[in-house]
Every structure is written in C-alpha cells, then in structure tokens.
Design a protein around this ligand. Sequence first.
Ligand SMILES: NC(=O)c1ccc[n+]([C@@H]2O[C@H](COP(=O)([O-])OP(=O)(O)OC[C@H]3O[C@@H](n4cnc5c(N)ncnc54)[C@H](O)[C@@H]3O)[C@@H](O)[C@H]2O)c1
Ligand SMILES: O=C(O)C[C@H](O)C(=O)O
Length: 409
Amino acid sequence: MARAPATGGSGRRGRRVIGAEHVSEAHQRGRVVIEVLPGDIVTAQARESAERLKIRLVDGPLEKPAVVRTDGATAMRRTLYRRSPKWVAPRPQHTRNARRVRRLALVGAGGVGANIGHLAANADIADEIVLIDIAPGMAASVALDLNHASGVSRSRSRATGGTELSRVAGAEVIVVTAGRPRTPGMTRADLLDINRRIVRQAGEAIRAHAPDAIVIVVTNPLDEMTVEMLQATGFPRERVLGMAGTLDSSRFRNALALAAGVPVSDVEAITLGSHGDEMAPITSRARIRGRHLDRFLSPDQIAACVKDAVTGGGQVVALRKTGSAVLAPAHASIELIDHIRGARAGAVPASVMLRGEYGIEGVVLGVPCHLGASGLVEVEELDLSEAELAALRAAADAIRARLGGAATG
Ligand SMILES: NC(=O)c1ccc[n+]([C@@H]2O[C@H](COP(=O)([O-])OP(=O)(O)OC[C@H]3O[C@@H](n4cnc5c(N)ncnc54)[C@H](O)[C@@H]3O)[C@@H](O)[C@H]2O)c1
Ligand SMILES: O=C(O)C[C@H](O)C(=O)O
C-alpha cells in the first residue's frame, strides 16, 4: 500500500496532499491501493490517474495486522525488518528434532506414489521405502530406479517394491495413492465408486499387517476416501489423515505471489474445507509480507487467486489429458510426513474426522492440524470470518451428501 508525504503539522500528523505523482509512483511500485487518511486532500488529477491505473483510494486508517505471540528468534527477525526497508520473509518452521522414518510404505507407485518415493529418497528421510502397486513390475521398477539414483544422491534410503499389500507390514507411515486419477470432463467425485473399492482393500490390508501405522490418504475424492480408510482400518482419527490442504494451499500461495509480483516465500495463506468445488481458501488470514491481501491486490485479483486455487487440479488435468498432477501433490504429501516426523512445526492443513471443531461433527474435512509422532495431536480452531465458517459447513454438507450419510465416524 502506498503513503503520500505529510505536509505541515506541528506534533500532530500533517495534512497530506495526494497528487497524480503519488499515484504514478504507487503504480510503478506495483501497488493497487492508496490509503487516504481523514484530512488528506486528493487532487482531481490524482483521482483521474487512480481510475486510469486501476488503483483504489481507500479511506483509512486500514486495519493493522493482528499482533501475534511469537518466539524470540522471530521477534528478532521482525525487529531487523523494521530497521531495514527490505522485507525478510520468516524462515519456514523447520525444527532440529527431525526423526527419520524407519519404514515408509507407499501403496500405489504411479505418478504421485513414485514421486513421493523420489522426494523421500532424495531428502533421505526414511531408512526403508516400500513401494506396492497392483500393476506387475511397477513398484519393483520404481524401487530399482530409486536405488540406482543413490550412487549420485548418496541417500541412505533403501527402496523395495512388489505387488503384495502385505508388504506394508511394520511401516510407521503409509501413503495411499492407489486408484484411478481423473481425466478431462471428470470431477474428483466421479472417482468415488471406482476408488472406494481400492481404498477399502488397502485399508483392510493395513489393519491386518500394520495396525500401528499412521495412514496418509491421497486417492481421490480425498475427503470421501479418508472416511473410507477410517472405516476399513478401524483406526482412531489421529492415525488417518487426508492430504489435500497442503497442495491447495501451495497453489493458493503461488497464485497470490504471481498476482502481487512477490516471491512465494513472502506469502502466507491456507485453504481449508473439501478438496473439491467446496474448497475454502482463507483470505481473511492470508498475508503478503505480513500485510492483509488488500494492501497488494484488488478484490478482483484476490477473487482470481481463489479461483486459481480451486481450479488448479483441473487445469493440470485439462493440459495433461491422461491423468492429473503428480509433482506438487508429492511435495504436499512430504510436507505432512515432515510434520509427523518432527521436521516441521506449527499447524498444517490436513483432512481429518471432525469432532465438533468449527461446529462440525462426524465428517472428514480439511482443517489446520498439529501433527506429531502419533499422527494428529490437535485441530487448531482459527478465528474465521462468517463467510469462511459458512463455506466449511457447506463443504461438510456436500461431503455428507456424496457419501449418502455414510460420512459419520
Ligand atoms: N489428494 C490430492 O491432493 C491428490 C493429488 C493428486 C492425485 N490424487 C489422486 O491420487 C490417485 C493417484 O494418482 P496418480 O496420478 O498417482 O495415478 P496413477 O494412475 O499414476 O497411479 C495410481 C496407481 O495405483 C495403482 N493401483 C490401482 N489399484 C491398486 C491396488 N488395488 N493396489 C495397489 N495399487 C493399485 C495403479 O496400478 C497405478 O500405478 C488418484 O486417485 C488421484 O486422483 C490426489
Ligand atoms: O485434480 C485432480 O484430480 C488431482 C488432484 O486432486 C489435484 O488437485 O491435483
């Protein structure tokens, strides 16, 4: 957001004259909003330029970013930022307490599964990576390929692969990507009947062979398949998580960064709700360089970013034609594993069975979660706007309807 220089004044804030030159300077800096404080004078030329350059003159003072409790290191970085005009993005919340996963099992070694294996091996986060795929030779070939790369990557992870679901035995964390991806013209919900059977079969094998595992479901339709996995394994909600919010949030951040012309590390934003048309990108809590979105983006631009996040998966499907996104989903799955193994701290969006949080009961929905070695530690209840809360409730109703009442856990 742009500020014009003050004139006059003795002790009190001086009156400012906002002229065309301030508007054009704001435009050059990529600003879309100029704050007009009580007593400021805006010249007619400034108004004309603002209209022409699509810069909004907004009556201020605008709401200041909420004060948040913070640790010493972050407070120090913020102090440094205040002293320097250059924004320094807070570092991602990596911790020093990361554990290696002893045995990571990937059920489904297609596009997403193989890429999760690749990222996990390259980051050397697991002793053993076990790939399982119904297609003969598929999992074994990916495992061999990953091991061949270790001479370059120097990863200590060892990969094995096969077709038998019993290979999940002894896994600490299991990621399930088995199932059909959609193709152009399909919604994720169209995969419900075909993938339900596959996820049920995987869940029954996990219950039999890896009764203590934490399961991350990726197969679509995500929220419904997470319900299916809960039912098939009989596991508590703490150990069955759906991956989608980390992917949708990444897409939302990317869209905001592109629109505002800033690096994506300067953007904080999450999406909640379903992994479908009822997705809820949370604009009220999104920040660019620590500021509300309207300091950088017009309402139309914000709406376009929201749409981009909601339609991101479909955009990839339309281009790819034979399947859906694989790279960003693999990164987003690793983000959940990193939270489980203590490599990252803080809340992360994941789909879990709700028990009254956000006023919603008995349905799986994407919400901010604290994760740890035993899976879900706590659902964080953020202060959301009325519209955002309504969007979460609408998403819950839509999932219940699609499951025909079977969503209750
Ligand atoms: N939650 C998300 O954000 C997200 C993101 C991307 C993809 N997905 C979903 O993940 C799933 C996989 O996507 P993909 O691109 O990897 O598809 P893919 O077709 O490349 O891979 C799926 C694999 O599952 C295997 N498979 C099928 N039935 C199986 C069974 N019973 N046991 C073991 N393996 C089995 C197939 O042989 C195939 O190799 C799809 O349902 C897709 O919609 C979800
Ligand atoms: O869009 C899809 O069908 C796959 C996945 O859910 C995604 O969002 O990329």
